[in-house]
Design a protein. Structure first.
Length: 472
């Protein structure tokens, strides 16, 4: 009777062990992998893998998930599977983690004599790790030990790579596809644009790149990549200390990119850009992917001055107005008529131009915001060397403690060999009126006055005006 009972107990134990099989699903079992990257450092990973599962309860261990995974966002799916529990195991195998696991336990150490080369193997107990390694070897205490450390085995709760373990119940045994989706930090992207201005400075060729950085702790191999332009709202998590990771450096492509490098579509109130091929995102890597290519985009160059005189002072004469160089602004329409016409994600646009020997030189850069189709792009490239303005206040009258009238004389100079036009925009924070002006002006907004001033080659043009300002 006792023998039958023991046999029955053993059978029950074997059946329970079989019913709770631990199935490891490696990264190379992937059937498909999709990564969607958002502007704010968030990534959505969709990973489909093939796995053979017996019927009943199983622990499925998904190896190679992001070290920056947000475990609470993980969604595990499979036909005929019901999920009971999931655990994210991020205590990865390393010298430090092994030492922590063996704190207070025995290991072996090997020391090689520097002269004879003889190796000595001894037992050692790990006494401390956090403030530096401290070992007890025989009757002595060793710190800063330089010999080799030998561990008897790898603890079951240490993993070679980040692993998500899911306890599932399978209604039947057999091969099936399982799908894991999750959000992760550590994936960022931005747009970078390279523009080449022609000799006449009335058109440019434009290449756009997506600059992608992966510090999520794993590589994504043979993945479909998508990018979302726009800021999705996220709830701020409690601060968590994370290790700093280094980038491998930027991978710049020198060859011309193919037309329609990415396709674009609307996604709710955002824009989705999809790479038309699979690629690999290595761990701790920054790489560039072709976004767009357009040629002969019509542009206009403008010299611009803003607020040469105080918008409001009301405290007496200003006196001399120091020389200021004009801002050089390139502007163009993001339209099909201008040979462009697609939603452009925010990023930095760098402009180059060739000299007389056809050598390209960098002439300025500016950041653009998300620009929809038919929007306008303005690039402030820097200050003009040959175009400047200076002047003085010619009159000032205090009309009351809240109002004054002032006259100004501004001289705009052009040292180049060609005539230019400059735009001068003046802001007024309060009620204003120009009572006299030597050059016609417009009022783009209720608080702005703007003049367009033509300056001859190697010459100058003077603007005089009087303005009356009243504060509430």
């Amino acid at each position: 009777m006792l023998k039958k009972t023991l046999l029955l107990s053993a059978a029950v134990c074997l059946a329970a062990r079989a019913a709770s099989a631990d199935i490891v699903v490696p990264q190379n079992a992937a059937q498909s992998l999709s990564v969607t990257v958002y502007n704010n450092g968030l990534g959505l990973v969709k990973d489909s893998r093939s796995v053979a599962l017996p019927a009943g309860e199983n622990t499925v261990s998904f190896q190679g998930v992001s070290a920056e995974i947000q475990p609470e966002t993980a969604l595990f799916e499979g036909d005929g599977l019901s999920v009971r529990e999931q655990n994210f195991n991020f205590d990865l195998l390393s010298r430090e983690s092994l030492l922590r696991k063996y704190l207070g336990k025995d290991i072996k150490v090997i020391e090689t004599h520097y002269a004879s080369g003889k190796k000595t193997i001894e037992n050692a107990k790990v006494l401390s790790v956090d403030a530096g390694l401290v070992l007890k070897i025989g009757d002595r205490i060793e710190t800063d030990y330089n010999g080799r450390l030998i561990f008897p085995d790898i603890p079951a709760d240490l993993y070679e790579q980040p692993t998500l373990s899911v306890n599932v119940n399978a209604d039947a045994g057999g091969e099936r596809d399982v799908r894991l989706s999750y959000l992760t930090n550590g994936l960022t992207w931005r747009a970078d644009y390279v523009a080449e201005l022609n000799d006449a400075e009335d058109s440019l060729n434009l290449n756009g790149w997506v600059t992608l950085t992966n510090t999520s702790g794993i590589a994504y191999k043979n993945a479909d990549i998508q990018f979302v332009a726009g800021s999705v709202n996220r709830v701020a998590p409690a601060p968590v200390a994370r290790p700093m990771m280094k980038s491998r450096g930027l991978m710049m492509a020198a060859a011309p990119m193919a037309d329609n490098a990415m396709t674009e579509e609307r996604l709710m109130d955002y824009h989705l850009y999809t790479l038309g091929r699979k690629t690999e995102i290595a761990s701790n890597q920054t790489k560039q992917l072709a976004l767009l290519s357009a040629s002969k985009i019509k542009v206009e160059k403008e010299y611009k001055f803003t607020n040469l005189v105080p918008s409001y002072h009301g405290r007496g004469a200003v006196g001399e107005i120091a020389r200021r160089s004009a801002d050089v602004v390139l502007q163009f329409d993001n339209s099909k008529a201008a040979n462009l016409g697609m939603p452009l994600p925010a990023g930095t646009m760098r402009v180059y131009k060739a000299n007389s020997r056809q050598n390209l030189f960098f002439v300025g850069e500016d950041r653009i915001s998300h620009t929809p189709e038919n929007g306008k792009i303005k690039l402030n490239l820097g200050s003009a060397f040959d175009v400047g303005a200076e002047g003085r206040e010619t009159a000032y009258t205090a009309l009351s403690d809240k109002a004054y009238e002032a006259g100004y004389s501004l001289t705009f100079k052009n040292g180049s060999d060609a005539p230019v036009k400059v735009a001068y925009r003046q802001d007024f924070p309060y009620e204003w009126s120009v009572t006299d002006s030597s050059i016609p002006y417009t009022s783009p907004t209720a608080r702005q006055c703007e003049w367009t001033i033509a300056i001859p080659a190697k010459g100058s043009t003077t603007l005089t005006f009087t303005v009356r300002v009243k504060r509430p």
